[in-house]
Design a protein around this ligand. Structure first.
Ligand SMILES: [Zn+2]
Length: 492
């Protein structure tokens, strides 16, 4: 057992698992008084899976930390735990990531209001609002029309962060994506298009109809309802053109944030030097998404890793005596999968595991609910392999030779259903035995050629520990994960 695992085990209060009352499903106490639109499917789902019972004191959490591994399907988790152990010379198959030791585990159906397979916007929005919506939309229910600004009126639903702020909790978001990207934006944005990240992305009719871009929505509302901590990439959407940003309205939203009393940092070393007592913190460490592990190493960039951002966010938010809600997204898992870079996706999954271990080590399991989930899966497949074979390698055959497929070429252990790693159209697949499969920039083979891999629609795993964690079990839905958090924080 490694240090992270030990911390994870220590952090799990003895007897937590036994709090799950046999035969009583405490998954989602639906609050009908919130007058939300709910589809027939959700009503049926609630009837099947939710038996409303009041939260006992043991189920109440002071703090909730939600980790989302973007695109972190079950095959990604299995491959990452093998990879993590093999990196330190240990047995991969029997390893587990930090959160895989949590006492509660549920499988989650991830479909969106209009698709068998969700995108990150609809997936994260369902987790953060308890309402399924259309792919591409955020903070709205399924009555919205994609890209139609006027349809936001009447379809807006409150996010967990907004409910938490109204109750006096501190709130924050950490992501390795642009902080205006779909998953982090699900905390604060209400929009029919995830693309509207800066005003340069807004179509003229949306401007005329009064819609605000996502970056502006983050910092334009009443101060009392704004997030307290925002750490990630995406500086371009906050800065005007003359400051190398994308904004057309000339506003420097980072200057406005500083003028309102918030701290603003742009590098990892500046983040480390943020003075104790800082209550409001904005960190934008890249113009767009932050760098994946391999590029970071190659360029020696002074940007924080997910774990450093998570630790700083908890330090700042935990000063609030009434508690806090923090969402942390490992965004680059998805971004690496989209371009067929399996090793980079595994690096980012291992980093998420480290961030969870760090959160466990600095919080009290008696008052902090920690949930680790995903928005959707990706088509990564583990084809086989001997116990001591590198997960990055080839299916072993006789003696030193790899196994051969019917086309006479080796079989990669990791490959994708779709993506740019496919053979060029009209060509046969390359022999992976001729490739350096340990090179993190070497694309893994994909069966179907696409510029960007398609998300996949199988259920994802959700792990939980701490007060209220017993609500995570069995077959769930994304909106039920919202209800677990809402109930634990006793939000209206
Ligand atoms: Zn994606």
């Amino acid at each position: 057992m490694n240090a992270a695992d030990e911390r994870a085990q220590e952090a799990i209060a003895p007897g937590v698992a036994s709090q799950c009352v046999s035969g009583v499903v405490v998954m989602s106490e639906i609050t009908w008084s919130r007058a939300r639109h709910r589809s027939a499917a959700l009503l049926l789902s609630a009837a099947i899976f939710a038996l409303a019972v009041p939260a006992s004191a043991a189920e109440r959490a002071k703090n909730v930390i939600l980790f989302i591994g973007d695109g972190m399907g079950v095959a990604t988790l299995t491959a990452a735990r093998i990879y993590e152990a093999q990196q330190r010379g240990a047995d991969g198959a029997s390893n587990h990531l930090s959160f895989e030791a949590f006492p509660n585990l549920g499988l989650v159906r991830t479909y969106s209001a209009d698709s068998l397979v969700t995108d990150s916007a609809a997936g994260a929005s369902a987790i953060l609002t308890g309402q399924r919506t259309l792919n591409g939309a955020l903070g709205v229910n399924d009555q919205v029309r994609r890209g139609d600004c006027a349809s936001v009126t009447g379809s807006t639903v409150p996010t967990l962060a907004e409910l938490a702020r109204r109750k006096g909790l501190a709130t924050g978001v950490v992501s390795t994506a642009a902080i205006t990207d779909a998953t982090p934006a699900s905390l604060y944005a209400h929009t029919p298009s995830r693309q509207w990240q800066s005003d340069a992305d807004l179509p003229p009719e949306a401007v005329a109809a009064g819609c605000k871009d996502i970056a502006r929505q983050m910092l334009d509302g009443p101060k009392a309802l704004q997030l307290d901590v925002m750490l990630g990439g995406g500086g371009g959407a906050f800065l005007p053109g003359e400051a190398d940003g994308k904004r057309l309205d000339g506003r420097d939203l980072t200057a406005e944030w500083r003028a309102s009393g918030g701290a603003y940092v742009k590098t990892g070393s500046a983040l480390a030097a943020v003075p104790k007592g800082t209550k409001r913190l904005l960190g934008l460490f890249a113009p767009g998404n932050m760098m994946r592990e391999n590029a970071r190493t190659a360029t020696q960039t002074d940007a924080p890793r997910l774990t450093q951002m998570t630790v700083k966010a908890i330090e700042v938010l935990s000063q609030n005596k009434q508690g806090y809600f923090l969402m942390v997204e490992g965004a680059l898992i998805d971004k690496a999968h989209h371009i067929s870079l399996a090793q980079e996706a595994l690096n980012e999954t291992v980093e998420l595991s480290k961030a969870v271990a760090a959160a466990l080590a600095m919080t009290d399991p008696k008052d902090t609910l920690i949930i680790v989930t995903a928005d959707h899966s990706h088509g990564l497949t583990i084809n086989g392999g001997a116990r001591d074979t590198s997960i990055l390698g080839l299916l072993p055959g006789n003696e030193d030779d790899p196994a051969k497929a019917l086309d006479g070429k080796a079989v990669p252990i990791l490959m994708y259903a779709s993506g740019p790693g496919a053979a060029p159209v009209g060509e046969l697949r390359p022999d992976p035995a001729q490739l350096d499969t340990a090179d993190p920039d070497q694309r893994n083979f994909a069966a179907v050629p696409l510029y960007s891999a398609a998300h996949t629609g199988e259920d994802i795993a959700t792990y939980a520990t701490g007060p209220g964690a017993q609500g995570v079990h069995g077959l769930m839905d994304h909106p039920a994960v919202f209800e677990v958090m809402r109930k634990a924080l006793a939000l209206p």
